[in-house]
Design a protein around this ligand. Structure first.
Ligand code: SAH
Length: 216
């Protein structure tokens, strides 16, 4: 009964997210609309809705669903928003953002991952996501400014180019902290002057690495 099992998995999934404190209905709907089993490696399909991170190609990870929902909720995406994501990985986070935003530009340093994500978006009909192969430290200046920016790999300091590309009134959510050590999700908001910072939950992310990947 794969269909029934899948349904139970997905219903339990939303319940789990609610129990963990996700309350934004639009975010819950977006999480419900994106089939996570398309984004995990074949050997993880049967446990795709479990609340943990999983390995993907190129030594990277697809984030834990709760963290995806939490960061998405903190980003406060509205239907008019243009969103920049750094770290496409499997494409799962970009897919969730695409259900809430006008358009998503997502940057990945591995061509292999970027290509696989593009194919997933095409298969699923998610046509408002553009995947760019490049170094996310520099953002994508030719498409700036962005209303929202999400980084899904950890860095010790906020990349200055991303601050520059965040529009006025914009919000950026990113994991900050050392590669091996305590990292936390930080929310930056950009009023007319300066930048406001709020530290949120503790997390563990793979590092944001400089440059485009040489191999693959
Ligand atoms: N958002 C992804 C998970 C990302 S894991 C998902 O939903 O599956 C972090 C990703 O960031 C990895 O794929 C890694 O290759 C990528 N990455 C790391 N440093 C980067 C950089 N400087 N520019 C672009 N992508 C980067």
């Amino acid at each position: 009964m794969p269909l029934a099992d899948d349904r139970i998995g997905r219903m339990g999934f939303l319940l789990m997210l609610r129990r963990r404190g996700i309350t934004d209905q639009a975010v819950l709907r977006a999480m419900d609309e994106v089939p996570r089993e398309y984004f995990v490696p074949p050997e993880y399909v049967s446990t795709a809705y479990a609340d943990h991170a999983m390995p993907i190609a190129c030594g990277q990870t697809i984030s834990q669903p709760y963290v995806v929902a939490y960061m998405t909720e903190q980003l406060a995406v509205t239907p008019a928003c243009r969103v920049l994501e750094i770290g496409t990985g499997s494409g799962y986070q970009a897919a969730v953002l695409s259900r809430l935003a006008r358009e998503v530009v997502s940057v990945e340093r591995y061509r292999t991952l970027a290509e696989a994500a593009r194919i997933r978006f095409e298969t699923l009909g998610f046509d408002n996501i553009e995947v760019v192969v490049g170094d996310g430290f520099g953002g994508v200046p030719e498409r700036a400014p962005y209303d929202r920016i999400m980084v899904t790999a950890a860095t010790e300091t906020v990349p200055p180019a991303l601050v520059e590309q965040l529009g006025e009134g914009g919000i950026m959510v990113l994991p900050l902290g050392p590669q091996r050590g305590s990292q936390s999700i930080v929310k930056l908001t950009r009023p007319a002057q300066g930048l406001d910072r709020t530290d949120l939950i503790a997390v563990r992310f793979v590092p944001l690495l400089p440059g485009r990947a040489q191999e693959l």
